[in-house]
Design a binder for this molecule. Structure first.
Ligand code: IDP
Ligand code: MG
Length: 162
């Protein structure tokens, strides 16, 4: 099934200048990369994004890491894109990530936090994360009964680079 997922090169990934290699890996796997943008995050959006980790002892370090420099966001599309992107990224802890995966090749093996890249972990996360980081792509119109439409991408809004 064709899916869209949210991918973000984290500040250490930007500093390591692996953006082109990462895009090349997705494209080689016949995934389309679009809507690339560089952003500087702010504390509230990091808290929203990592709400599932907010009570962990390492959360302050995680937030500081995400705010330590610019990130590069992108939308990646293709058949079974959510799982296939996660497979290309590799395990959360870079020391457990297999060689040939992005984290296995570029992540910090001595520090679990510094794992260079994010990819959505489910269809629900992908939809929420695309909406969170690409509000400009969302159709916020309401149904005739006044309820907010489920968020979805406006037709034709994805700009392909390839
Ligand atoms: P994921 O990025 O593979 O989906 P999550 O569990 O959602 O993994 O964690 C989000 C991010 O938080 C990780 O990518 C990593 O940067 C950091 N992180 C996760 N678990 C730990 C930990 O046990 N110690 C330190 N940092 C962690
Ligand atoms: Mg996650």
């Amino acid at each position: 099934m064709k899916e869209s997922t949210y991918v973000m090169l984290k500040p250490d990934g930007v500093r390591k200048k692996i953006f082109e290699q990462v895009v090349a890996r997705f494209e080689k796997a016949e995934l389309k990369v679009s809507n690339i943008k560089i952003m500087h995050l702010f504390p509230e959006i990091v808290k929203e994004h990592y709400i599932h980790l907010i009570d962990k002892p390492f959360y302050p370090i995680l937030e500081e890491y995400l705010l330590s420099g610019p990130v590069i966001a992108m939308i990646v599309e293709g058949d079974d894109a959510i799982k296939r992107v996660r497979d290309l990224i590799g395990a959360t802890n870079s020391k457990d990530a297999l060689p040939g995966t992005i984290r296995g090749d570029y992540g910090d093996k001595t520090n679990c936090t510094y794992n260079v890249i994010h990819g959505s972990d489910s269809a629900e996360s992908a939809a929420n994360e695309i909406a969170r980081f690409y509000p400009e792509l969302m159709d916020m119109s309401k149904d005739s009964d006044g309820t907010q439409k489920k968020l979805f991408l406006k037709p034709g809004c994805i700009k392909h680079n390839n």
